[in-house]
Design a protein around this ligand. Sequence first.
Ligand code: GDP
Length: 194
Amino acid sequence: MKITQADYVISAVGPAQYPTDGLPEIALAGRSNVGKSSFINKMLNRRNLVRTSEKPGKTQKLNYFIVNQAFYFVDVPGYGYAKVSKTDKEAWGRMLEAYFAERDSLSAVVQLVDLRHPPSKEDIQMHDYLVYFGHPVITVATKSDKVPKSKHQKHKQMIIHDLGLSKDEPLLLFSSLNGTGKEEAWRALEPYLH
Ligand code: GDP
């Protein structure tokens, strides 16, 4: 995928701020610290489009990035950050509900999980939630460079099993450190970008 343009557009707290041009949206969801910002930056060839240093769980907004003037990446705030208050968690839930239940331009969701660990309870809930709303889910297992190659298959099977992925739900390995999986991820996204 040739990236000719990638820019931050808006941080939306609700539907009133979503773009109105109807371009397809790819949402990116994952637990805080899973490597979501690094994934977006790597995919878009930008070192710092999404700040990776930001305190996890702090941004409770949907961050829109427009790519090649053709589609959006929508950075969904990370879940599972223990220090977030109950009120903030509820606000987060409402914001996500408004987005995942009703957003017509949402084309597919990339759900990021950490290849090193079994999916968390929240990873499983999020996956079930996305499937419930009928969204195509591309699962990306991050930080593959941190797992020895000899164990990749075993860890993949663990994720497939725990999330209950079916045969036609893709699971890709990814490393923002060495670029593993980047072209494969673009190939998986291709059908959803038009
Ligand atoms: P986010 O909270 O999901 O946006 O996660 P970040 O992208 O900020 O990454 C969290 C931490 O994991 C940072 O220290 C990153 O440098 C590190 N990280 C992210 N992706 C990878 C990866 O593919 N390999 C390795 N080794 N570290 C990664």
